[in-house]
Design a protein around this ligand. Structure first.
Ligand code: CLF
Ligand code: SF4
Length: 490
C-alpha cells in the first residue's frame, strides 16, 4: 500500500492501476514506447541524486515534492523594466505583492512549521521579493538557521547574479547546491532595453554602462558556479520584440558555461502592475511563441524547464498549488514547529516507493505496446493534483497540464492556469467558457470526473473527454491509440 502524501492536502493514493478510462468516440491510438520519459534518468547518478527531489530542477519530481520560499529579501541592486519593485520579484514570482516580509528568525520558524505540516517540502528557496544577494545578511542568516535545525531541507537561491561573485564561497560553505541566475541577455545593447540602471559598489550606473557591468558579473557568476560544482539553473524572461530572437544565443552561452537547466518564462505584463513594460504596452508572448522558442532551445543536452509556475516570493506547497495563504505570519507564529527528521524520512521513502511503482507502470505500458510508431503530435489537457496521475475533478482544476503526445511518448510541455469552474455559483458559465478557450487546441481533456453539463460543452467545442484515474502517460497514450485509428483512413 502506498501513501506518499497522507499528511499533505493531497489524497491518499493506494493504487493507480485499477481504474477505467472512458474515452469518448474520438479517442485513440497509444503506441507507447518511451512514454513519459524524463531526462532525469539520463543524468549521471550523482547529479540525479542531487535533483531527484527538487521540484524545479526535476520535472518528474514536481509531481511529488514541494518547496517553500522565505520572503526575507526586500531590496534590489538593479532595476528590471518588468518589475515594480514593490514586494515581488517578477523573476521568481508573479506580479503582485508578497503578503509579508519575514525576519530570518521568523522565516526559519516557518520552515520548521512547514517541514512538519508538509513533509514532502524538500526545498527552501530565497527568491525575493527583491534580490537575495542585495540582502546578504538576512539571506545567509536564514539559510544558516534552517541548515542548523533542518539538515534535510535543500537550500536554494535565486539571484540576478550581480553580487554573486562576492558570495560564492559563502554559498558553497553553506551547501546551497541550487542557484538560479536570471539572465535575459548576453548582449548589452539588448540589455539596455530591459535594465535602466544597476547599482554596483555604492554607485548607480545608468544605461549601457550599468548593463555591461551586469553582463560581465553574470558571466563571471556562471563560471564560478561551475567551478564550485553548484548546480545552476538559468531563468530568462521572454520579452517579444526585445529579447525573443536573442534567447537562443543566451541558451547557447549559458549551456557552454555549464548551466544545468534553462527556464524560459513568459513576460507577465499588465498596466495594473505598474511596471515600465506594463505601462508602456509591452506584451508578453503567446503560448505558441513561448513553446516555439522553448522547442528551439531544447537541444544540445541542457534541460529545458517547462513546469515553472512563476511563483510568489512567499509561495508554499507543490508548484501547482500555492498554500501561502494558510501560512500567514500571524498563523505561523502561533504554530509550534513539528519538524521530525525520522517522520520526514519515512514520508520520503513512501514517495520514492510510489515513484518506483509509477516508473514500473510506465515501463510496462512500453513493453506491452509492440507496434510503436510516432504519429502526428496532438495536445492533451490533464487535470492532476500531483503524484503523476490523472486524479482531479474537472471542476476543481485551477490549471491544466498540457502534454504533447505522438503515440510513442507523452511529453509534458506546459501548464495553463484557468478560473475555477466550481466557484460555488457565480459566473460558472463564463468560467467554463474561459476554460474551453484555454484548452481549445487540445484534442481531449483527461480528468478523474466531470459533470454532464461541462462534458457536453467540451464535446461541442471539439475537445474530447476522458474520465480516468491512472498514470498520466498511460491514459494519454491510450487515448492517442484510439484517436489515431479514427483519423487514419481505413
Ligand atoms: Fe524557489 Fe526558484 Fe529555488 Fe524553485 S522557484 S528559488 S528554483 S525553489 Fe521554481 Fe517557482 Fe519557477 Fe522559480 S517554479 S518561479 S523556477
Ligand atoms: Fe525586480 Fe528581481 Fe529585477 Fe530586482 S532582479 S528589479 S527584484 S525582477
Amino acid at each position: 500500500m502506498l501513501q506518499p502524501t497522507e499528511v499533505s492536502s493531497q489524497p491518499t493514493v493506494n493504487s493507480f492501476a485499477n481504474t477505467t478510462a472512458t474515452p469518448e468516440k474520438k479517442s485513440g491510438g497509444c503506441a507507447s514506447k518511451g512514454c513519459g520519459s524524463t531526462k532525469t534518468e539520463e543524468l549521471a547518478p550523482n547529479i540525479q541524486e542531487r535533483v531527484a527531489n527538487h521540484p524545479c530542477y526535476s520535472q518528474e519530481a514536481h509531481h511529488h515534492y514541494a518547496r517553500m520560499h522565505a520572503p526575507v529579501a526586500p531590496a534590489c541592486n538593479i532595476q528590471c523594466n518588468y518589475c515594480n519593485r514593490k514586494y515581488d520579484c517578477a523573476n521568481e514570482s508573479r506580479p503582485g505583492v508578497v503578503s509579508e516580509l519575514l525576519t530570518p528568525e521568523e522565516a526559519a520558524h516557518k520552515a520548521l512549521v512547514i517541514a512538519g505540516k508538509i513533509p514532502q517540502m524538500t526545498v527552501m528557496g530565497i527568491a525575493g521579493p527583491g534580490d537575495p544577494l542585495a540582502n546578504p545578511e538576512k539571506t545567509f542568516r536564514t539559510f544558516e538557521l534552517v541548515a542548523e535545525k533542518a539538515p534535510d531541507i535543500k537550500l536554494c537561491l535565486s539571484t540576478n547574479g550581480l553580487a554573486l561573485p562576492e558570495y560564492v564561497d559563502r554559498i558553497k560553505a553553506l551547501n546551497i547546491d541550487h542557484v538560479t541566475l536570471t539572465i535575459n541577455m548576453v548582449d548589452p545593447e539588448i540589455g539596455v532595453k530591459i535594465y535602466p540602471w544597476v547599482h554596483y559598489k555604492r554607485k548607480r550606473y545608468r544605461g549601457i554602462e550599468g548593463v555591461k557591468i551586469l553582463h560581465q558579473r553574470q558571466m563571471e557568476s556562471l563560471d564560478l558556479l561551475q567551478k564550485a560544482d553548484i548546480l545552476c539553473k538559468v531563468n530568462s524572461v521572454m520579452i517579444p520584440g526585445i529579447n525573443d530572437q536573442h534567447l537562443e544565443e543566451v541558451n547557447r552561452v549559458v549551456r557552454s558555461k555549464g548551466a544545468f537547466i534553462h527556464n524560459i518564462m513568459p513576460l507577465i505584463s499588465s498596466p495594473e502592475h505598474g511596471t515600465y513594460f506594463g505601462l508602456n504596452g509591452q506584451r508578453g508572448p503567446t503560448t505558441e511563441e513561448l513553446k516555439t522558442l522553448q522547442d528551439k532551445c531544447d537541444v544540445g543536452g541542457m534541460k529545458m524547464m517547462r513546469h515553472c509556475r512563476q511563483c510568489r516570493a512567499d509561495a508554499v506547497g507543490l508548484l501547482g498549488e500555492d498554500r501561502s495563504k494558510e501560512f500567514t505570519k500571524e498563523a505561523i507564529m502561533e504554530m509550534t514547529p513539528e519538524y521530525d527528521l525520522e517522520k520526514r524520512k519515512e514520508v520520503h521513502a513512501g514517495i520514492e516507493g510510489f515513484r518506483n511503482k509509477l516508473a514500473k507502470a510506465k515501463t510496462e505500458t512500453q513493453i506491452t505496446e509492440t507496434v510503436a510508431q510516432a504519429g502526428p503530435p496532438i495536445l492533451l489537457a490533464v487535470a492532476s493534483k500531483g503524484n503523476g496521475l490523472v486524479n482531479q475533478h474537472f471542476g476543481h482544476a485551477k490549471e491544466f497540464m498540457i502534454y504533447e503526445v505522438d503515440g510513442v511518448k507523452a511529453r509534458f510541455i506546459a501548464h495553463r492556469k484557468v478560473d475555477h469552474y466550481c466557484l460555488g455559483g457565480y459566473s460558472e458559465e463564463g468560467s467554463l467558457e474561459n476554460i474551453i478557450k484555454a484548452i481549445s487546441d487540445c484534442k481531449a481533456v483527461l480528468v478523474s470526473k466531470i459533470g454532464d453539463g461541462p462534458k457536453g460543452k467540451l464535446l461541442d467545442a471539439g475537445v474530447d473527454v476522458v474520465e480516468s484515474y491512472d498514470v498520466i502517460e498511460t491514459v494519454a497514450l491510450d487515448f492517442y491509440k484510439q484517436f489515431i485509428k479514427l483519423i487514419q483512413p481505413a
